[in-house]
Design a protein around this ligand. Structure first.
Ligand code: MG
Length: 172
């Protein structure tokens, strides 16, 4: 069995992952309404990835004989000046998520809950990728600035992103 404390902490993380998804869905809807279709596509896929993150944690709690408790999801921002601003907000948010995952990892170690620690190791690696993805796009949008052709081409690139489940753990 998973400890009550660990279960409560993972349930909070499930809420944080779903909030992340809600944030990226809000970004997708904002940029779709503003004609940045590639940016909208990128964030729609990010929304699905966050749902998969929540699913991995939900499956894990169930596998350990625990109880998933879904809490209210707080409201998210709805306006961003430019795609660059949205990707800066994404990086800032993912850095917070990384800190949360690291805290969970430390808690699992302190409790000698090695199964939870090992599951969290997947998220530690995933966060490296999440932060890097945002950073790369910040660099690209910064380089392009207000160049119309550049923005058009980068939107085409982001429109090509397709969803693949980040891990088979989401489907268990
Ligand atoms: Mg996540």
């Amino acid at each position: 069995m998973i400890s009550e404390k660990m279960q409560a902490a993972i349930n909070s993380q499930i809420n944080a992952e779903l909030w992340s998804g809600y944030l990226y869905l809000s970004m997708a809807m904002h940029f779709e309404a503003n004609g940045h279709m590639g940016v909208a596509n990128w964030f729609k896929i990010q929304f699905k990835e966050e749902q998969a993150h929540a699913e991995i944690f939900m499956n894990y709690i169930n596998q350990r004989g625990g109880k998933v408790e879904l809490k209210a999801i707080d409201a998210v921002p709805t306006e961003w000046e430019t795609p660059l601003d949205a990707f800066k907000a994404t990086l800032e948010h993912e850095q917070k998520v990384t800190a949360m995952i690291n805290s969970l990892f430390a808690m699992a170690e302190a409790e000698k809950d090695y199964a939870t620690r090992d599951r969290l190791a997947w998220f530690v690696n995933e966060q490296v990728e999440e932060e890097d993805n945002a950073r790369v796009l910040i660099d690209k949008f910064t380089m392009i600035g207000n160049d119309g052709m550049g923005l058009y081409m980068l939107n085409q690139e982001l429109a090509a992103r397709t969803y693949t489940a980040p891990s088979a753990l989401a489907a268990e």
